[in-house]
Design a binder for this molecule. Structure first.
Ligand code: PMP
Length: 360
């Protein structure tokens, strides 16, 4: 069977070239006679894979020397707890910005370990925008500020990095990391579940400024302490080796594609094509303020919700898969991460026009 255009929010499409390379190397990685899955994480073969993945990521994102890169497990959801456990550093006051479903989860977990101040929320607009800088009421004495640059479900994305003075900024970049260049030094910590723009589920990436490591709450479990992973190069226990390897293949693919500047150009073009198709039609709608629309997750509704099922069935028959919106919002959602080729957007836009002609 040929490959489809998979618009899943995550786990999401991976670059076909990466999958083919993984397939070619599946049973015998570089003459080792072993699959990467079968290798000791401490052997020289896997160590070379791990080191190359990290150095390629550092190069792609221009990660400064004073930041550590960790390859962990537990998903972004574990970070919701690890962040307050590690970053409050004797100061229980934390600031969180609420822009939707994933912010809320981070806030709920943050409350288990700290005194959360919701410094801004856009709930009154049903999360159709992000707050302006001057609408964020920061506490200058907070231990950190947490925000979600891209809300995967709502499809709302910050078009700027909030200024937080000397207070470290912590960002859940699960659904936007690697989509464009980023000033890493504006952040205290960046984290992301891998299953959208990095690699397979099971790997969680953490990029943390080294001065923030080493002062976890008393009683923090060993595996939840960043220092454990920093001190052991993410190999305190068995790391998610295959995910780490595949992430490395994705990083190489990104470098071959022109790096993050190259991705930004393609991603902006892809997103604009899709939003234009939505905005120039009375049949499709997207509720998000045009200044805050996500490049990665594009939710949209049909004028007649009774046609949703037909839309999904007919799209699927055309090889346009996993377009159903999140169960909490309904409608459709096209997730168009780095691995979604521009032809996938063209095919979707063409299908949407044809569907509107038939049923609109
Ligand atoms: N944050 C965001 C922005 C997400 O999109 C997701 C997953 N969809 C998560 C956190 C949770 O990630 P995980 O499933 O890796 O715990």
């Amino acid at each position: 069977m040929s490959r489809v255009f998979n618009f899943s929010a995550g786990p999401a499409a991976l670059p076909e070239e990466v999958l083919q390379q993984a397939q070619a190397e599946m049973t015998d990685w570089h003459g080792s006679g072993m699959s990467v899955m079968e290798m000791s994480h401490r052997g020289k073969e896997f160590m070379s894979i791990a080191e190359k993945a990290e150095s390629d990521l550092r190069e792609l994102m221009s990660i400064p020397e004073n930041y550590k890169v960790l390859f962990l497990q537990g998903g972004a959801s574990s970070q919701f707890a690890m962040i307050p456990m590690n970053l409050t550093r004797g100061n229980s006051a934390t600031d969180y910005i609420n822009t939707g479903a994933w912010s809320k989860k981070a806030i709920a977990e943050g409350k288990n370990f700290s005194d959360v101040n919701v410094a801004a929320t856009t709930e009154d607009s049903n999360f159709s925008r992000v707050p302006h800088q001057d609408q964020i009421n920061l506490n200058a004495n907070a231990a950190y500020v947490h925000y979600t640059p891209n809300e995967t479900i709502g499809g709302v994305e910050f078009n700027y990095i909030p200024h937080t003075g000397d207070v470290p900024l912590v960002a859940d970049m699960s659904s936007t990391i690697l989509s464009r260049p980023l000033d890493v030094d504006r952040f205290g910590m960046i984290y992301a579940g891998a299953q959208k723009n990095i690699g397979p589920a099971g790997l969680t990436l953490v990029i943390i400024r080294e001065d923030l490591v080493g002062d976890a709450m008393p009683g923090t479990p060993t595996m939840f302490n960043y220092k454990t992973h920093v001190d052991n190069d993410s190999m305190y226990n068995t790391p998610p080796t295959y995910g780490w390897y595949l992430a490395g293949l994705v990083f190489q693919w990104l470098k071959d594609k022109g790096g993050l500047q190259g991705m930004a150009e393609i991603n902006s073009r892809k997103a604009n094509k899709l939003y234009d198709a939505i905005d120039t039609s009375d049949f499709y709608a997207n509720p998000v303020d045009p200044h805050c629309r996500s490049w990665m997750n594009v939710p949209f509704t049909l004028a007649n919700a009774e046609l949703d099922k037909t839309f999904l069935e007919e799209a699927s028959a055309e090889g346009l898969k996993t377009l159903k919106g999140h169960r909490s919002v309904g409608g459709m959602r096209a997730s168009i991460y780095n691995a979604m080729p521009e032809e996938g957007i063209d095919a979707l836009v063409g299908f949407m026009a044809e569907f509107e002609r038939k049923y609109g």
